[in-house]
Design a protein around this ligand. Structure first.
Ligand SMILES: [Zn+2]
Length: 89
C-alpha cells in the first residue's frame, strides 16, 4: 500500500496517509488536515522518491559540495608546499 504525503494549504501542516489503493491526485478526495481539520489539503511528492532522472539526490548534492569544499581547503596548502619546494631548489 502506498503512503501519500499531503500538505495543508490552510496551516501548512504536512502529514502522510496510508492509502488502500493506488489513486491519482486528480481522482482522490483529499483527506482533512489532522491539525486544523481543513479540507484544503494537497498531495505532495514524497521526499523519498527524489533522485534519479526526476531530480537531484540531496545526499549526492551534499557529498559533491563536501568534496568541493575539501578540494578548496586543500589547494592553498598544496600551493604553499609548491612554493616551499621551489624556494629550496
Ligand atoms: Zn491544516
Amino acid at each position: 500500500m502506498p503512503i501519500y504525503e499531503y500538505r495543508c494549504k490552510t496551516c501548512g501542516h504536512r502529514f502522510s496517509r496510508l492509502s488502500r489503493v493506488v489513486v491519482s491526485a486528480d481522482e482522490e478526495t483529499p483527506p482533512l488536515c489532522p491539525s486544523c481539520s481543513s479540507a484544503e489539503t494537497m498531495r505532495v511528492v514524497s521526499s523519498f522518491s527524489w533522485g534519479g532522472p526526476s531530480g537531484p539526490d540531496p545526499q549526492e548534492v551534499a557529498y559533491q559540495r563536501q568534496q568541493e569544499e575539501r578540494l578548496a581547503s586543500i589547494t592553498p596548502r598544496e600551493k604553499i608546499e609548491e612554493w616551499r619546494k621551489a624556494r629550496k631548489d
